[in-house]
Design a protein. Structure first.
Length: 174
């Protein structure tokens, strides 16, 4: 976990990371494709945080990693409560879940479904979302206010078919 409280600073997080903070004019940022970032905040205590997860669950992996949605969400919520946020006052804004390569499993959609279901099950209001599509996003979040900004990074070239493999170099093995 990272605390991001330096005035005017921006703390960048990557896959499997999260950061929390309160007050001030600092922000937390990340870049997303099929991954999802959840921005949680408590307006009454001016505390918030952002996570960045890669997959909805570990699918049998025993690692307690923040790369998986369920762990990332629990770690972020617990860190916010530890900083003084009220669990019942948390609100969410969620981003990402893009389909970056057609023809393969749409992990972005699975991530989006997971985060929506998790928030509903936990009784956390989702007050903003930008999920799906084919564009990467840069997200900046101000945890003290709950303000979020999304910048689309351009249309991804979605592969409709997998590239053909070459026939080889003409060597025949017996």
């Amino acid at each position: 976990m990272t605390r991001a409280n330096e005035r005017g600073a921006t703390r960048h997080i990557a896959q499997g990371e999260f950061a929390v903070g309160h007050g001030g004019s600092f922000s937390i940022s990340t870049i997303l494709g099929s991954c999802v970032a959840t921005c949680l905040f408590d307006e009454t205590s001016n505390i918030g945080g952002m996570n960045h997860f890669l997959l909805p669950d570990g699918a049998g992996v025993s690692l307690n990693s923040a790369r998986f949605g369920v762990n990332a969400m629990e770690l972020l919520i617990n860190a916010l409560i530890k900083e003084g946020a009220n669990r019942q006052s948390l609100k969410a804004k969620v981003f990402g879940g893009g389909r970056m390569i057609a023809g393969l499993t749409d992990i972005g959609q699975k991530n989006a479904t997971f985060v929506r279901d998790f928030l509903k099950r936990e009784g956390i209001a989702c007050v903003g979302e930008s999920l799906g599509g084919t564009q990467a996003r840069r997200i900046e979040f101000w945890p003290g206010t709950g303000r979020a900004r999304q910048r689309l990074l351009g249309e991804a070239r979605v592969l409709e078919t997998l590239p053909q493999t070459s026939a080889g170099n003409g060597v025949e093995l017996f």
